[in-house]
Design a protein around this ligand. Structure first.
Ligand code: DP6
Length: 317
């Protein structure tokens, strides 16, 4: 029995769309920031009577149950029955990146519990098969998920860019709606890929965004990183809004939060927003301006949380 404790990551340059659904290979690379405070704790014990999984005390059934145990089959082929107990200390499935920590934690706990000692790149590749963004949650700090070129996907995993200690930034989360989202990111990205006339633009401009983000992280240049981060989020949401039927995660409060960020910037505060597959707005800023950013966002958001840069996963035997 092993417990893995893993922080989620938030994409600065987004992953949106797959080139291979079976292997879960992305159409483009992406770059993320690991956050602290939020975590998933997952314990895997082999040798139970039958497969059973709990998420925050709720027993998983149907498709959710299948997704967990199909993933265990992949990580530990020929495994015995298992019990999986998982909990997040933050809202699940509200665009707060819960699948990124969930599948990283499940992969790590399962491999360790089965006594497999796999290289971290291989663990990342396995986590990717569970949920793409999970492959970026194994190092902490800033991580790139390279698109890869190999047909078997063995070069499409996380690559660390800079550790937790490299850059003391804050991500201020305006929690606008902690409820479950209406349409999950997987379904949304597949519909976008298949129907948005803007999708080719997304794919064709991704490498430029990745180059700029990598350089900005290396130079610790928040204005440059913030600019490419907002552009990547805007482009991703533009492809969704032009899908058929259109997908729009933005709510009036999301736009109000964006306006708060614009006025902070006009007042000289270096702050930049991003949004994922949910209405919440996440604002990247320097550590010393986090309080001012949080106070300003509290004018439009019922709850605001200030997160720092998170470290790598931990395993507890
Ligand atoms: C908007 O990693 O949840 O958060 O691979 O289908 O499980 P699957 O998708 P998932 O999608 C994340 C989408 C995103 C952007 C990102 O994290 O890069």
């Amino acid at each position: 029995m092993t417990t893995a404790i893993v922080h989620p990551n938030i994409a600065l340059v987004k992953y949106w769309g797959k080139r291979d659904k079976a292997l879960n290979l992305p159409s483009t690379g992406s770059i993320s920031l690991t956050v602290d405070r939020y975590e998933t704790r997952t314990t895997v014990s082999f040798g139970s009577d039958h497969d059973v999984a709990y998420l925050s005390g709720r027993r998983l059934q149907g498709k959710e149950h299948e997704r967990v145990f199909r993933h265990l089959d992949l990580v530990v082929p020929g495994r015995p029955p298992a019990e999986v107990v998982s909990a997040n200390n933050f809202p699940s499935a509200a665009g707060l990146a819960s699948s990124s920590s969930a599948f990283a934690a499940l992969t790590m706990a399962a491999a360790a519990s089965a006594g497999l000692s796999l290289p971290i790149e291989r663990l990342s590749e396995l986590a990717r098969r569970g949920s793409g963004s999970a492959c970026r949650s194994l190092w902490g700090g800033f991580v790139e998920w390279r698109r890869g070129v190999l047909a078997d996907g063995s070069d499409s995993h996380g690559y660390p860019l800079a550790p937790q200690s490299a850059w003391d930034l804050r991500l201020v989360v305006a929690v606008l709606d902690p409820g479950q989202k209406k349409i999950g990111s997987r379904e949304a990205m597949n519909r976008t890929t298949e129907t948005s006339p803007m999708y080719p633009v997304w794919v064709n401009t991704a490498d430029l965004d990745l180059d700029e983000a990598r350089e900005a992280i290396a130079a610790r240049d928040l204005s440059a990183l913030g600019a490419v981060m907002e552009r990547s989020a805007l482009k991703m949401h533009a492809t969704m809004m032009t899908a058929l039927p259109a997908i729009r995660y933005w709510q009036p409060a999301s736009v109000a939060a964006m306006e708060v960020v614009e006025s902070l910037r006009a007042g000289g505060v270096s702050a930049f927003w991003t949004m994922d597959a949910g209405p919440n707005v996440k604002v990247l800023c320097e550590a010393h301006s986090a309080d001012a950013v949080a106070r300003a966002l509290a004018e439009v958001a019922p709850a605001v949380e200030v997160l720092g840069v998170g470290g790598p996963p931990r395993l507890i035997p």
